[in-house]
Design a protein around this ligand. Structure first.
Ligand code: SF4
Ligand code: SF4
Length: 170
């Protein structure tokens, strides 16, 4: 049988005083350090082209939506968050969505829809805040998703720059 010889504790150790003093000294030191906690929402998150916020639909400069309702993003979405019903338009060969919904409660901001789109019609915006009082309000329809191209331009330029890495020089 192995007998474990325990160290005899001093009076100070039995009172836990060294640990208490050490803990308090750390707390005291931290009082004078620069805080690292972000006071959200008063201090909002920094936003730039890399920010992958909620997906939004591009409205072209002529006022028409860039989406042609091909359904590629709907298929690519791993969260089954997108629902599209396509329809014809008066504009030549163009189609457009009559219904384009994104269930923002399902969306995981993965950006697959942005990557799948062959028409540069959906991009990840820098809109991060998402809150409402009902589940129904977070089912965004086409009107809630539309954004003028200019508001998404930084992200569009960034995605083009990324994709150019894979394009071969002619
Ligand atoms: S960001 Fe991802 S989860 Fe959200 S709608 Fe696009 S593909 Fe679906
Ligand atoms: S992939 Fe692009 S063009 Fe096709 S339905 Fe989605 S947003 Fe529209």
């Amino acid at each position: 049988m192995v007998v474990v010889q325990r160290k005899e504790l001093t009076l100070l150790e039995r009172l836990y005083l060294p640990e208490v003093v050490r803990g308090l000294s750390i707390t005291f030191r931290k009082f004078f350090e620069k805080p690292i906690t972000r006071q959200y929402p008063e201090q909002p998150l920094p936003k730039d082209a890399v920010t992958r916020g909620q997906p939004r639909l591009v409205v072209k400069d002529d006022g028409n939506i860039a989406c042609v309702a091909c359904g590629m993003c709907e298929v690519a979405c791993p969260a089954y968050a997108i629902t599209i019903d396509g329809g014809e338009t008066d504009r030549g060969i163009e189609r457009e969505p009559k219904r384009f919904d994104i269930d923002m409660l399902r969306c995981i901001l993965c950006g697959f829809c942005e990557e799948a789109c062959p028409k540069d019609a959906i991009f990840m915006s820098d809109e991060l805040e998402l809150a409402d009082f009902s589940r129904a309000a977070l089912l965004y329809d086409i009107e809630k998703l539309k954004r003028p191209k200019s508001t998404l331009q930084k992200r569009i330029d960034y995605v083009y720059k990324l994709n150019n890495r894979w394009r071969r020089a002619p």
